[in-house]
Design a protein around this ligand. Structure first.
Ligand code: FES
Length: 104
């Protein structure tokens, strides 16, 4: 599936996601997120805002992700941690915006 990404400078990118991966992997491969913890849900450097039209097509966040999002000052109702968004054959093309740096 295609993932349309707006980076922190407002530039648009399109990356390819693969079923079986998480959303962080193609974003990190394109240098769009740091993913400092490599996907262990402990750094929030993969924080993205998911377009409203796509958000309810994703599996909901699990407790660990919700706990981390509660800790993030810049979290919004459309926030997800990309490393916790699992891509499947049924995942539609997505549109996300990389969240601002948290400044931990
Ligand atoms: S890569 Fe660290 S929380 Fe997602």
């Amino acid at each position: 599936m295609k993932i349309h990404v707006t980076d922190r400078d407002g530039n648009e990118h399109t990356v390819e996601g693969q079923a079986g991966d998480n959303l962080m992997l193609p974003l990190h491969a394109a240098d769009l997120v740091e993913a400092t913890c490599s996907g262990s849900c402990s750094c929030a450097t993969c924080h993205v805002f998911v377009d409203a039209a796509c958000l309810d097509k994703l599996a909901p966040a699990e407790a660990t992700e919700i706990d981390m999002l509660d800790f993030i000052m810049l979290a919004q109702s459309d926030s997800r941690l990309a490393c916790q968004v699992h891509l499947t054959e049924d995942t539609p093309d997505l549109r996300v915006t990389i969240a601002p740096e948290e400044g931990f």
